[in-house]
Write a protein that binds this ligand. Sequence first.
Ligand code: ARG
Length: 484
Amino acid sequence: MASDKSSSSPVSSSQATDTASSSTSNSLWGGRFQEPTDAFVERFTASVQFDRRLYTQDIRGSIAHASMLAKVGVITDDESQKIITGLKAISDDISNETFDWSVAREDVHMNIEAALTEKIGDVGKKLHTGRSRNDQVATDIRLYLRDAIDAVVAQLTRLQQGLISLATREAATIMPGFTHLQTAQPVTFGHHLLAWNAMLERDYSRLKDCQTRMNECPLGAAALAGTTYPIDREMTAAALGFTKPTENSLDSVSDRDFAIEFNACASIIMLHLSRFSEELVLWTSSQFDFIDLPDRFCTGSSIMPQKKNPDVPELVRGKSGRVYGHLVSLLTLMKSQPLAYNKDNQEDKEPLFDTVDTLLDCLNAYADMVPAITAKVDNMLVAAGKGFSTATDLADYLVRKGIAFRDSHEIVGNAVARCIEQGCDLSELPLETLQSYHSQIAEDVYDILTVEGSVASRDHIGGTAPQQVLSAAKRASTQINNRV
Ligand code: ARG
């Protein structure tokens, strides 16, 4: 599982023992070579330090492959059974941390295959019939990312649920809505929170699309051209939970679109989290003072005793950079590669793993933190009344009295100018003064000049009225509950 870091923490090359080094070095392809690989090159070209994290997926793929080889008669049932039993034992060794990883054996695939032969004898050498590390690694990464998406979706869903219940609680809490970060019109806090949820809902749907597209099995493409054995690709695809085998063997071993697509989805999620973070940082400042974050999500200053810093949102905002960076790494990694597999592809793993880890951590932090946000309702309300936030409501009021919007816009602009001069709000102008701007203005104008009246009147789907927020929260919740 993507979140299972205990079984996946990378070893440094110095931690991995060189059980296959020097004399036996490169025994997996040694036949053609006249001299052993240079020690530096061995380390430089190895990926086991980080791709050992794919061991679960690699063993699952190998078990499916061995079963299929027996079914089509390339190996016997007995051989297949021995291989599968050996692979399961290796899986246990790895999870119990009693497995000797070797840099000389280059990557996770060759480490496991060599260990298998050590464990079960020569029959282990039959596992690699009709496949290549090229289709093997492409399969492993797809399996890994498929699971990683499930883990991301679980955290994303938890965060959305937190947002929706906070939005329900704060459906009638009034705050200023901003454009250009200037007070624009009053909105409800619940409405603002549901805007965040709307972004995450799109993120969910993007992840599921990406997962569906990646769910095809490259196994059987072998090195690049397919294999001469009578393999059953449908069988391995089904055994590994893929919807079908991939279409073209050359594309199967070289394609990393699914990884790029996943990283693009992750980048957009991080972009969203970064925007939330920016708002939380602003809102916790003494200038805004709209919300309080629980102490456990903040830290103090070593020199300024009064400080309570919103470190978690700040770090999440900062971490968006590394996820975008990984997206650019993957795009650049692929951009000039001729078909089919190239060793460049080995560079796909570290960015991907870090993207998954970063994204899971950030979503997890947010899912824990969001339900613990407290709204400073009074401060929000006072702020909502500043900056002539109901000026548009007055313009709309005049339109309802038969005045064209452009004219009412100008009339209200004049009234605002007067308020600025006098240092008061529109709702504080006496009726006679308001009437001097237009005779149709009556006592009922004060209903719409209040922030409560303003939000209540935006009473349609997607509007900020408390009733609308409550129904929107219900719809959002139903949508989440209907997820499969
Ligand atoms: N470690 C390699 C990778 O991650 C596995 C595939 C190696 N294939 C090869 N032909 N050298 O891409």
